[in-house]
Write a protein that binds this ligand. Structure first.
Ligand SMILES: *Cc1c(COP(=O)(O)O)cnc(C)c1O
Length: 429
C-alpha cells in the first residue's frame, strides 16, 4: 500500500495544525499508525491521497447515512450555491427544514439551527439552566456531548481514546457544576437526582451511547431517568447527535417511545454539511432570544447550503421503507459478524442497535464506561491496521461506532466479514 502522499501531507500539516489534524482522534494515535488523508469519497468508498480505496465504516463519524456524495444532496447544493451562500437573514430553506425536522422527531415543537453538535448541546444546557434557574448538569461517564467546558468531565470519544482524565483549561467552578455518574445504573441515578434535586438544571444523556463504543441502554435506566426528572422538574436532554435520524426517523426517542424535554441533533441532520440543532417543548424553547432572555446566536446558523443539503437528506430518509431496509441489512450483517466472533480464538463482544455497532476486544458484557475500559486497545489497534491493509476503513479507536449506510451493499459487507474473519485469525491471543 503506497502512502507517500499522505505521509508528506501529514508532515506539512503538523507544522501548521496542532497534531496535524482538526479533530484529535483523526490522528490515529491509539491505533499505532499515521492518518491517511482523504481525497474523495463516493457511496460507501473513500479514496486516499495516494489513490487507495477503502470500504468506509466511519461515515464521517455518523452523518453519511446515505453514503458519500449522494446525488440528491449534491444536486441540492449545486442548485443552491449560485443563489448566494450566506445572507445573515431568514431564508425559505430553513423554514422548510425546521418544519420537516419537527414533523420527524416526536418531542420537537420548536427547533433552533446551529452549526455543530457541540453548539447544540452547549446551547441546550444554557437553556435548561435559564429555564430552571438551577446550575448543576448531570451527565454519564463515557458519554460525549461535544467539547464545551461542562462536558469534558469523564467524557467519551477522543477524551477516552487519548486517556485524558479531564481537560486543562476547564475552570474548577465549571467542573463543580457537572456531576458525572455511571451509565445504565438506575439506582445510582435516582439517588443522585433526589439528593441534589433543587440544584440540578438538567440531565444530558446519549439515549444509546456511541462514544465509549456502542452501549445500548437498559430500558429500566431510561424509564427511571424520564420518570424521576419529570417528578423533580429537571430538564431531560437527549443528545441525539448520533442517534437522530439513525435509529429511526425520529431517533432513539421514537425507537424507545420515551420523550425528552429537549433534543440535540447534529451529524446526519446536515447531510454532510455543518449543521446542529436543539429543540423541544415550546414552553422551554420560548425562553430562547428573541422571544425570551436566554441568549444564543450564530452568523452562519441556518446557512442556505447546509439547509439545502439537510433537506435533501431528510427527503430521502423519509421515504417509506428506508429504515426497515437499513435495519434488515444491519441485522443480517451483525448476525454474521457475531457468528465469526463466536468462532474466533480472540474474545470479543458485539454491541449493536440498528445500523450502529462496536466490536469490543473483551470477554465480559459492555454496559457502561467501566466495562468498556476493559477492552484490549492494543488488539483493536492491530485489528484496525489489518483491516485497513485489506481495504476496510474502521474508526481509529476502540471507543467509537461502526456505521452501516444505505450505500453498503451485500458485496461490501461480505468483503468486510471475510476480512474480519482473517484478521481475528491473525491475532495471537
Ligand atoms: C459528535 C457528537 C457531538 C458533537 O458534535 P460536533 O458536531 O462534533 O460538535 C455531541 N454529542 C454526540 C452524542 C456526538 O456523537
Amino acid at each position: 500500500m503506497k502512502t507517500e502522499h499522505s505521509r508528506e501531507l501529514f508532515i506539512r500539516a503538523k507544522k501548521v495544525i496542532p497534531g496535524g489534524v482538526n479533530s484529535p482522534v483523526r490522528a490515529c494515535k491509539s491505533v499505532g499508525c499515521d492518518p491517511l488523508f482523504v481525497s474523495s469519497a463516493k457511496g460507501c468508498m473513500v479514496t486516499d491521497a495516494d489513490g487507495n480505496s477503502y470500504i468506509d465504516f466511519v461515515g464521517s463519524w455518523g452523518p453519511m447515512i446515505l453514503g458519500h456524495a449522494h446525488p440528491d444532496v449534491l444536486e441540492a447544493i449545486a442548485e443552491t450555491a449560485p443563489l448566494g451562500t450566506s445572507f445573515g437573514a431568514p431564508t425559505p430553506l430553513e423554514v422548510e427544514l425546521a418544519e420537516l425536522v419537527c414533523d420527524s422527531v416526536p418531542s420537537l415543537e420548536k427547533v433552533r439551527f446551529v452549526n455543530s453538535g457541540t453548539e447544540a448541546t452547549m446551547s441546550a444546557v444554557r437553556l435548561a439552566r435559564g429555564f430552571t434557574g438551577r446550575n448543576i448538569v448531570v451527565k454519564f461517564d463515557g458519554c460525549y456531548h461535544g467539547h464545551a467546558d461542562s462536558f469534558l468531565v469523564k467524557a467519551g470519544s477522543g477524551v477516552i481514546t487519548l486517556g485524558i482524565p479531564g481537560s486543562p483549561g476547564v475552570p474548577e467552578g465549571i467542573v463543580k457544576n457537572t456531576l458525572s455518574i455511571p451509565y445504565n445504573n438506575p439506582e445510582e441515578l435516582e439517588k443522585t437526582l433526589r439528593a441534589k434535586a433543587d440544584d440540578i438544571a438538567c440531565v444530558i444523556v446519549e439515549p444509546v451511547a456511541g462514544n465509549m463504543g456502542v452501549v445500548v441502554p437498559d430500558m429500566k435506566f431510561l424509564q427511571t431517568l424520564r420518570a424521576v426528572t419529570a417528578e423533580l422538574g429537571i430538564v431531560l436532554i437527549f443528545d441525539e447527535v448520533i442517534t437522530g435520524f439513525r435509529l429511526a426517523l425520529g431517533g432513539a426517542q421514537e425507537r424507545f417511545d420515551i420523550l425528552p424535554d429537549l433534543t440535540c441533533l447534529g451529524k446526519i441532520i446536515g447531510g454532510g454539511l455543518p449543521v446542529g440543532a436543539y429543540g423541544g417543548k415550546q414552553e422551554i424553547m420560548d425562553q430562547v432570544a428573541p422571544d425570551g432572555p436566554v441568549y444564543q446566536a450564530g452568523t452562519l446558523s441556518g446557512n442556505p447550503l447546509a439547509m439545502a443539503a439537510g433537506l435533501a437528506m431528510l427527503k430521502v430518509v423519509r421515504k417509506p421503507g428506508f429504515y426497515t431496509e437499513l435495519e434488515e441489512k444491519s441485522t443480517w450483517f451483525a448476525g454474521e459478524l457475531a457468528r465469526i466472533a463466536a468462532g474466533a480464538d480472540v474474545p470479543t463482544v458485539l454491541n449493536r442497535i440498528g445500523s450502529m455497532m462496536t466490536c469490543f476486544f473483551t470477554d465480559g458484557p459492555v454496559t457502561d464506561f467501566t466495562s468498556a475500559m476493559q477492552a484490549n486497545t492494543e488488539r483493536y489497534g492491530r485489528h484496525f491496521r489489518q483491516m485497513l491493509a485489506g481495504g476496510v476503513w474502521l474508526a481509529p479507536s476502540q471507543f467509537e461506532a461502526a456505521f452501516i449506510s444505505a450505500a453498503h451493499d451485500r458485496t461490501h459487507l461480505e468483503k468486510m466479514l471475510t476480512l474480519t474473519e482473517s484478521s481475528f485469525k491473525k491475532m495471537v491471543v
